[in-house]
Design a binder for this molecule. Structure first.
Ligand code: ZN
Length: 581
């Protein structure tokens, strides 16, 4: 940007010099060479009809003022758009092209047309930009709000000594709508929009701004990382990282300092609570600080209040898959293996399953690394805080009388055997893996050295899952797929006229093109025949064929059903299926 500003200043300086030069020349020239137009506003060399050299000092002054105003607005818009992440390139090009066109207009159009035209076009751009940026910021930082307009009118009238009761009432009414943003820990009152704008570097303001922006964009995690003398903010939205703009060094340091102050870093789980009434949010922010000195960075995880655990029926399972899982959970023995790459929802699925059980009629124990969601009336063991190896812990717990055991990991043969043996006796075991599909679980157990017959006897149900991002219903785009493509994905071309895919996004989805995520699943309950194959230690391809014979809908197929329904796009599905394989 600085280079562009320098360029523009350079160009305007040339225009200025050219005008002065032309003026000096015309003034010195013989009158015969110069035609003075009737309007008397500018001179033009004879014979040249398209080109005007403007020498009237007053118009020259007006043009210079307008040029500087434009540059100032362009610079402000560029910085503001970058900070808020609202299409900075688009707005930059818009303002720069208006600056350029105005400069050209100053040359070739009479000034009484070009100067107002330049001002009007600038005003139009600003009027289009302000609502866009206002939606991205907290109310205290909005511009040209109804409140501002009333205040301006009031000030204007006061110049003429007029006091309007009606305006006072209107102002009070508008101000009432804007609830000031408050921090739980903040002592005293935070400035309301009617008062002076808050200090840019006020740490509480920076925290509110950054968290508020993340809430508006449906982000779950915020990363603030030092980068080239500034701080880069990135937001994790639906599992993908997006830029949240940058913070100037002092504001970034203020943010980190305040977050560290709010979250008690000495505690086990550093966190603070924040209330943002203007974006209608109350949340808990868990904080992790890493690095030291100038390399210090923070991660904030946002958990909105009242966010409840998803129920089994809300995860994206087909009704048949959900029914299969419910029935499996009623079993008194057997192992259910739940698998999926990290952060692909398998832990949430396990929590939803445990939550669907009645903890009073069944004795439930879990071993997790770490405990992510606390479940009522269930004994949860955090492996990160235990020193004994999992195998020993399990052996000890097995002696106690549990009905259902959840194992967050099966790292070795020993634990796998303990789990499978327990599953064959009087316990139902839910085991979590980070493998790509159901057949992968069987192969993994073979690789650990567990005898195939033990695997076949212990495994009851296998579940694999992924999360796909859901297309934003406001801005998704229709595409007409080719017949070959449809054939390739095994979809009958006569049944599908068009598919949907993501656009570059809209305001509703925070410019991501997606809104939330949903699960795709494959659920396999091996039949007797398949069990026999497992016991024989069959190859992966054979097992996959067996699963299909048992009526399993594969991950790919589940995903394609969502694509045909327009819930997600092909590109997104392909990318998600690639992870973990
Ligand atoms: Zn959208």
């Amino acid at each position: 940007m600085r280079r562009r500003v320098r360029m523009s200043v350079f160009v305007s300086a040339i225009v200025l010099l050219w005008d002065i030069f032309a003026w000096a020349q015309t003034a010195a020239d013989d009158d015969a060479d110069v035609v003075i137009l009737k309007e008397g506003l500018f001179w033009r060399p004879e014979g040249v009809t398209w080109f005007h050299t403007y020498v009237d000092p007053w118009w020259l002054l007006a043009m210079t003022v307008v040029a500087f105003l434009m540059l100032w607005v362009a610079k402000w818009m560029d910085e503001d758009a970058r900070r808020l992440g609202v299409y900075p390139v688009k707005w930059n090009y818009t303002t720069m092209s208006i600056c350029f066109l105005s400069l050209v207009a100053f040359f070739v159009i009479p000034p009484y047309v070009s100067v107002p035209a330049a001002l009007v076009s600038l005003l139009v751009v600003v009027c289009r930009y302000v609502p866009v940026r206002n939606r991205r910021v907290l109310p205290s930082r909005r511009l040209f709000t109804p409140e501002h307009r009333v205040l301006m009118r009031k000030k204007f009238l006061r110049v003429f000594g007029i006091k309007s009761r009606e305006l006072e009432r209107k102002l009070a009414r508008v101000a009432k709508k804007h609830v000031p943003v408050t921090l739980f820990f903040q002592v005293g009152r935070v400035a309301s929009p009617a008062e002076a704008p808050p200090d840019e570097r006020d740490p509480a303001t920076v925290v509110k701004e950054v968290v508020g922006q993340a809430v508006l964009r449906h982000a779950r995690e915020i990363y603030v990382v030092p980068k080239a003398g500034r701080f880069a903010v990135s937001l994790k939205i639906d599992g993908m990282e997006h830029s949240g703009g940058t913070l100037e060094r002092l504001r970034g340091s203020a943010l980190i300092g305040m977050v560290k102050h709010l979250a008690d870093l000495a505690s086990d789980e550093p966190h603070f609570r924040i209330q943002l009434p203007t974006v209608d949010a109350r949340l808990t922010v868990s904080v992790r600080v890493s690095g030291e000195g100038s390399a210090e960075r923070i991660m904030m995880r946002l958990t909105p209040d009242g966010e409840r655990l998803r129920r089994l029926g809300e995860l994206g399972l087909t009704s048949r898959q959900a029914e299969t899982l419910r029935r499996a959970l009623e079993q008194a023995q057997g192992m259910m293996a739940v698998t999926g790459p990290a952060e692909m929802g398998s832990r949430t699925t396990i929590c939803a399953m445990l939550d669907s059980l009645d903890p009073y009629s069944r004795n439930i124990v879990t071993f997790e690394r770490p405990v992510t969601v606390s479940l009522a009336s269930i004994e949860q063991n955090d492996l990160t805080r235990m020193e004994e190896p999992l195998g020993e812990l399990l052996a000890e717990k097995l002696r106690q009388d549990y009905d259902l055991m959840m194992l967050g990991e099966l790292p070795d043969k020993e634990t796998a055997l303990v789990g499978l043996t327990a599953a064959q006796r009087q316990q139902f075991v839910i085991a979590h893996f980070e493998l790509s599909d159901v057949v992968g679980v069987v192969e993994h157990l073979f690789e650990l050295g567990v005898e195939p017959p033990a695997v076949a006897a212990g495994l009851h149900t296998l579940v694999a899952q992924r999360l796909v991002r859901v297309l934003c219903q406001q801005c998704r785009l229709k595409t007409v797929p080719s017949a070959e493509l449809l054939q390739k994905i095994h979809v009958d071309p006569s049944r599908v006229e068009f598919l949907w895919e993501e656009s570059s996004g809209c305001e509703a989805c925070g410019r991501t093109g997606f809104h939330g995520r949903t699960g795709i699943f494959e659920v396999w309950q091996p039949s007797q025949a398949s069990r026999k194959l497992i016991a024989e230690g069959a190859e992966a391809a054979e097992l996959r064929a067996a699963a299909q014979r048992d009526g399993m809908v594969s991950l790919q197929h589940s995903g394609l059903m969502l694509v045909v329904e327009g819930v997600t796009g092909l590109k997104e599905l392909a990318q998600v299926l690639k992870t973990g394989t």
